[in-house]
Design a protein around this ligand. Structure first.
Ligand code: UD1
Length: 432
């Protein structure tokens, strides 16, 4: 049994989040632009012939990293204001993505399709494994080969080149988001029509289709499992001004935070359909969710029922909310089974939740969670971005003080998470 008083007197250390739990969240929170859409649109801008303005861009570390990738290739990317970036592609664009950024951020692989289409070649440091499981790019490469490209993998690099790309019929073994996007990009200037079957259906894919079509591409079908890209000879020369959709994962994180604390929170700037898998699961758990246009109200009395969750590609329950819902179910009444079907090793954070008093057993791709009445504050470390969010959620519900290290992960993907939570009444602060 942990003495929570003693926990609360722990010395305040640097670069950590400190949360004193059990304060219900109340109020209104504005959701930022979608990280996973913005990063892909920035890569897509490599195909443009004129300036691209992207609005509603979240000011997070992954966006800064993508700016590094683009500028390292020879583009000029600048912040126009707090949430708008301007990307200008100049002559002499490089084909080798800068190693340091590729190592830092996996989304860097999304420059492959646009560079292959534009320059006929691309070289990239082979992205390795990752804390949330193996994340190969074989489906991306198979797609490029189907379009007529040659793939050379040596000395830790992937080199893809093509004198000419030709439209093809491509069936993905798994509806990979990254592979769908990269193949779609590569096919835009190919000769003839490309059809991607078993394509990913995520809203971010629709964003990318819309963005490319503004540049002059001819893509149809994003959001369904069949995407058709009619190759065009060249893209237009107009400036593009594009506003990114809200971040469904940030929205989901706040929905779960409101639910676990027995709060009453209105999210502004959400697309309710994008969070439907979570909303219906939260209703099953006992939370009230009301959608009104681009607002979503989440009301919870804190009495949560256990529920089973199966993670699947969109429109299934998103892998990027799996750690957060697991934290919630750790204090629900009964036993829940969470099954992860997208990334193999996405349960590493469970040990940290156990440190906070959760009762969880991981068996292969499933976590069996026996709900406890209370979590207890502890000193924990975020092993990755969404796991970090799960620990914050657990800390909001826990007795006493929770200290979270590993903020570099949270900062990759959330805009001022602690400030937004504090404005809702959480007792949370960053100690720097
Ligand atoms: C995944 C999520 C996406 C999320 C993103 C950021 C899914 C389907 N995708 O996208 O919603 O926004 O993480 O966290 O939920 N795979 C291969 N070979 C490949 C590519 C992928 O085997 O060439 C496998 C991966 O190992 C993984 C699965 O396919 O098991 C899904 O990968 P993918 O959708 O490509 O991942 P991301 O694009 O990173």
């Amino acid at each position: 049994m942990i003495d929570t008083e003693a926990v609360q007197t722990v010395t305040r250390n640097e670069n950590k989040l400190e949360i004193v739990g059990r304060k219900p969240l109340n109020g209104v929170v504005k959701i930022s632009g979608a990280k996973n859409a913005v990063l892909k649109l920035m890569a897509a801008a490599l195909l443009s012939n004129n300036d691209c303005l992207i609005r509603n861009v979240p000011r997070i570390r992954d966006v800064e990293t993508m700016i590094g990738v683009l500028n390292g290739l020879g583009a000029e990317t600048v912040w126009e204001d707090e949430s708008t970036i301007r990307i200008q592609i100049k002559d002499g664009l490089g084909y080798a993505a800068p190693d340091q950024y590729v190592r830092e951020m996996r989304a860097s692989v999304q420059v492959m399709g646009p560079l292959l289409a534009r320059l006929g070649k691309v070289k990239l440091f082979q992205p390795g494994g990752c804390i949330i499981g193996q994340r190969p790019i074989d489906l991306h490469l198979k797609g490029f080969q189907a379009l007529g490209a040659e793939v050379i993998e040596e000395h830790g690099y992937v080199y893809v080149r093509a004198d000419k790309l030709k439209g093809a019929e491509i069936h993905l073994d798994f509806p990979s988001v990254g592979a769908t996007e990269n193949i779609m990009s590569a096919a835009i200037l190919a000769e003839g029509t490309t059809v991607i079957r078993n394509a990913a259906k995520e809203p971010e894919i629709i964003e990318e289709q819309n963005f490319y079509n503004r540049l002059g591409a001819r893509i149809r079908g994003a959001g369904t499992d069949t995407i058709r890209i009619e190759g065009v000879k060249q893209l237009n020369n107009r400036m593009t001004d594009y506003t990114v959709i809200p971040d469904r994962i940030e929205a989901g994180t706040f929905m779960i935070a409101a639910a676990i604390t027995g709060g009453d929170v209105v999210l502004e700037d959400v697309i309710p359909e994008h969070v439907e898998a979570l909303a219906s699961k939260l209703r099953e758990i006992g939370v009230t969710i009301e959608a009104n246009g681009e607002k979503l109200r989440v009301v919870s009395d804190g009495r949560l029922k256990a529920a089973d969750v199966t993670v699947l590609p969109y429109p299934g329950f998103p892998t990027d909310l799996q750690p957060q819902i697991t934290a919630l179910l750790a204090v629900a009444n009964g036993t829940s089974v969470i099954t992860e079907n997208v990334f193999g090793s996405r349960f590493r954070y469970v040990d940290e939740l156990i440190r906070m008093g959760a009762v969880i057993r991981v068996e292969s791709r499933s976590a069996i969670v026996k709900g406890v009445k209370r979590l207890s504050g502890a000193s924990v470390c975020a092993p990755d971005l969404r796991a970090g969010a799960a620990l914050v959620i657990a800390g909001l519900a826990a007795d006493g003080l929770t200290t979270i290290e590993g903020l570099q992960y949270l900062d990759r993907g959330y805009v001022a998470l602690e400030k937004k939570l504090a404005a809702l009444g959480a007792d949370i602060q960053r100690v720097e």
